[in-house]
Design a protein around this ligand. Structure first.
Ligand SMILES: [Zn+2]
Length: 390
C-alpha cells in the first residue's frame, strides 16, 4: 500500500479492514455503500479480491483525501493516530447509506452503576467502546484489560436519585428562607446543608474530575468557604450530586467484529514521552462469554479469532511508524490453498512479508481486530458428529 507521506497510520487501518472477511462480504454484497467513503473503500476491496496471486501496490489516496475533508485532524504529510483514523472512518461510513458499520462493529452493553454511599443504582444501555486502559500489574493480558474495564470504580458518578432529592430540598429551603438565594455561606441552615451535599469537593481528585461537568474549566478555590459558596451556586443551578460508585459493563449484544484499542498514548503531558510501552499479551482467540450479560446469552460460544493487529513502533506518536499484522483473508487476496493454519503477513506500507503467528503474538499491540467465529447451526452439529450408540 502506497505511503502518501506519513500515511502509515492510515495504511495500517486499511490493511486491517481489508483482512476482515465479514466486512469484505458486506462490501462486495448487493447492498454496498453509496457515499464517497463507502465507494472508495469498496474499490479497495474489489481490487484485492480474487487477484489470483498477482502483486501490485494499492493507492488509497482518494479515500485518504476524503478523510482529510471530513476530519481536520488528518492532513496530508502529517502523522496522526491510527485509532483516531479508525474511529473517524467507521463513523463516516456509519453516516452513509445503507449502514453496515452498526451491524458489524457495534457491540452494546448494559452499564450497571451502584454507590455504597447512597445505595442508589442505575442501568443504562450504551455502545461498547473497547478503548482499554493498560493495568499496572505485570505481565498484563488483554483479558486483564477487559477485566479492568468491565468492573471499575468511579468517583464522580452523577446520582440522579440523590440529585432529585436535593433539588426537592432546595425548593423547600427556598420557600422557607429566600436569603439562600444570595448564596451566603454564613447562613446556618445553608452551611449544614452544604457540608452534607458538597462532600465531593473535599477531595481534590474529585474536584479535578468534576471539571468535566464544568466545561473543562478547573475552578480554583482558596478556602473552604469559597468552595461551599461555589458548590451552592452550582447545585442551585444544576442540583447535581456526585458519588463514589462501582461500574460494571455486561455485553448485551455481541457484534460480528470486535476492535480493541489499548490506550498507549497520553496526549495530556507535552513534556514527557507520550507512549506506554508495556507489553500486553493476547491470544489468537478471545472468549468474551464471561463479559456477556446472562440475560442476553443466546449462543453456546462467544469466541473470536484474531484477524489483524496494528502496531506502533517508536517512543512518540509523531515520529514513530504504524504497521499491521494481518491474517490472510479467506475470500480475498492471497487466497489460501488449504484451510489449515492461517497465514499471517506483516503489512508495512508497500512491504508485505509473510510471518509466523508467534511473531504476531509477541508484538506490542495497539489495536486488535477480532472476527467472531460462526456459530454452527444445531442441525450442522448433528451432521458432523452423529450421535454414537454404545
Ligand atoms: Zn444516590
Amino acid at each position: 500500500m502506497q505511503n502518501g507521506g506519513n500515511t502509515c497510520y492510515f495504511n495500517a487501518v486499511l490493511q486491517s479492514l481489508l483482512a476482515l472477511d465479514k466486512l469484505r462480504a458486506r462490501m462486495l454484497g448487493p447492498n454496498a455503500l453509496k457515499g464517497n467513503l463507502g465507494e472508495e473503500l469498496q474499490k479497495l476491496f474489489i481490487t484485492t479480491t480474487n487477484t489470483n496471486g498477482t502483486r501490485g501496490v494499492l493507492n488509497p489516496e482518494k479515500l485518504f483525501l476524503h478523510m482529510c475533508l471530513m476530519n481536520s485532524d488528518f492532513r496530508p504529510g502529517v502523522m496522526e493516530d491510527s485509532n483516531n483514523m479508525l474511529v473517524s472512518l467507521l463513523d463516516g461510513l456509519n453516516n452513509e447509506e445503507p449502514t453496515i458499520v452498526e451491524s458489524l462493529f457495534h457491540c452494546q452493553a448494559d452499564k450497571h452503576v451502584s454507590s455504597k454511599e447512597c445505595e442508589h443504582t442505575s442501568v443504562t444501555t450504551e455502545d461498547l467502546n473497547l478503548s482499554l486502559a493498560i493495568p499496572t500489574k505485570k505481565p498484563a493480558s488483554v483479558d486483564d484489560c477487559l477485566d479492568l474495564y468491565a468492573a471499575g470504580v468511579i468517583v464522580d458518578w452523577h446520582c440522579m436519585d440523590c440529585s432529585a432529592a436535593s433539588a426537592a430540598r432546595n425548593t423547600s429551603l427556598n420557600q422557607e428562607d429566600t436569603t439562600v438565594n444570595n448564596g451566603q455561606p454564613e447562613q446556618p441552615d445553608n452551611k449544614t446543608y452544604g457540608k452534607e451535599e458538597c462532600s465531593h469537593l473535599a477531595n481534590s481528585d474529585r474536584q479535578a474530575r468534576a471539571t468535566d461537568q464544568n466545561n473543562g474549566k478547573l475552578q480554583v478555590h482558596d478556602d473552604y468557604a469559597n468552595q461551599m459558596e461555589q458548590c451552592h451556586k452550582n447545585q442551585k443551578k444544576e442540583d447535581k450530586i456526585y458519588r463514589d460508585a462501582t461500574v460494571q459493563y455486561r455485553i448485551s449484544k455481541a457484534a460480528p467484529l470486535l476492535t480493541i484499542q489499548l490506550k498507549r498514548f497520553d496526549y495530556s503531558h507535552a513534556d514527557r514521552p507520550d507512549k506506554l510501552e508495556d507489553r500486553v499479551s493476547f491470544q489468537d482467540t478471545l472468549d468474551i462469554i464471561k463479559f456477556m450479560d446472562p440475560r442476553h446469552v443466546e449462543d453456546d460460544e462467544y469466541k473470536y479469532h484474531l484477524v489483524a493487529v496494528i502496531v506502533h513502533s517508536g517512543p512518540r506518536l509523531c515520529d514513530g511508524h504504524f504497521f499491521a499484522y494481518v491474517r490472510a483473508s479467506e475470500i480475498g487476496w492471497q487466497q489460501q490453498e488449504s484451510r489449515g493454519t492461517p497465514t499471517w503477513f506483516r503489512a508495512s506500507d508497500e512491504s508485505i512479508t509473510e510471518v509466523l503467528l508467534e511473531e504476531v503474538l509477541e508484538c506490542q499491540a495497539y489495536i486488535l481486530f477480532y472476527e467472531r467465529v460462526e456459530q454452527p447451526k444445531a442441525n450442522e452439529v448433528l451432521e458432523e458428529h452423529p450421535p454414537t450408540g454404545h
